[in-house]
Design a protein around this ligand. Sequence first.
Ligand SMILES: *Cc1c(COP(=O)(O)O)cnc(C)c1O
Length: 392
Amino acid sequence: MASSYFTHLECGSGCGAGPFDPRERHFLCPSCKLPMLARYDLKAARAWKKESLLDRAPNMWRYRDLMPLLAADAPVTLGEGFTPLIHAQRLGATLGLERLLIKDESLNPTNSFKARGLSAAVSRARALGAETIFLPTAGNAGNAAAAYAAAAGMKCEVFIPKDAKQPFIDECRLYGANVTLVDGLITDAGRVATETAAGKGWYEVSTFREAGRAEGKKTMGYELAEQLNWTLPDWIIYPTGGGTGIVGMWKAFAEMEAIGWLAAGQRPKMVSVQADGCAPIIRAFDNGAETAGTWDNAHTVADGLRVPRAIADFLILRTLRESGGGAVAVSDAELVKDMLLLGSLEGVSAAPEGGAALSAIRHLVAQGRIKPQETVVLFNTGGALKYLDAIR
Ligand SMILES: *Cc1c(COP(=O)(O)O)cnc(C)c1O
């Protein structure tokens, strides 16, 4: 049997609710309605040695001892994770950076890092006996949910804005999901999803509504450490929508320090990147606010960043500040240009969100915040293929 240190869930807001039983379904905190996080017996996990990774398969479940599955439960996997960390020398040279690294998440199943979160969330849903999962999506999350539901033999109900790019809608259907087109943004899709699901016993896998999505994304933090031989970069530049990755990686760093895999005091500066047509996290960061509220008239070609309200805003903002990082808004014109540069200089298929991360690095270098010799990790969160209309 696999080993697991998963013990319970608790409210991520610090309201004190919990512990909650890991063998039961839990969504938002029953007392404050904010996201719950998975917790582990980190003292006992000090017995888990990183040398044990050497003979494990190169996918994100190599870290399954600290994933939200009990020892008897099997993951639903399509081989997600352990994506390349590329030294982008040509692109780095144009920015005056010696060590610009691209974490290429476009190589995950269904072409984005959403595979990680949905692999974990669907695994937990199946372990808890769910038959149907549902979620609102801007595109990539729906594709990943549909694929993992298919692999698990479960049904999938996807709620997606009517104006989402056609490849996202078609790919949900490819994996056998039932698709509902909704007038409006992902937040409107979320409302329709909740109304439709009421009383049906469907299991919700929306961003931060259950604990699995953030745990899947946290494996990016474990991987970076492993791929950098148990060190961390100076900077992580992350295109942010719902924020599962930024919150998840910060959690991963804390866990690795607690189990003795990383020395304290070497965490990176975390930077959230958003498009200037939808930048609630950037606005809140600049205003010194603890929560972000809702962004009106959200628009950007980077669909994954078109998230006018993030339920875990307070966790994202806390992470950016604790890390000494920052928040950068970039224009659609520059992020599309940088999407093309990632392609033409490095051969990397970048989603507009990946382009946005490059634009943000350019801003931070120009401001003198990123220094030439520092190690910078650019997250290319998805591939270009479903967004090719953006470059026409
Ligand atoms: C969803 C998505 C994002 C935002 O990810 P979060 O972890 O929810 O902030 C960024 N890029 C792409 C390509 C996405 O699909």
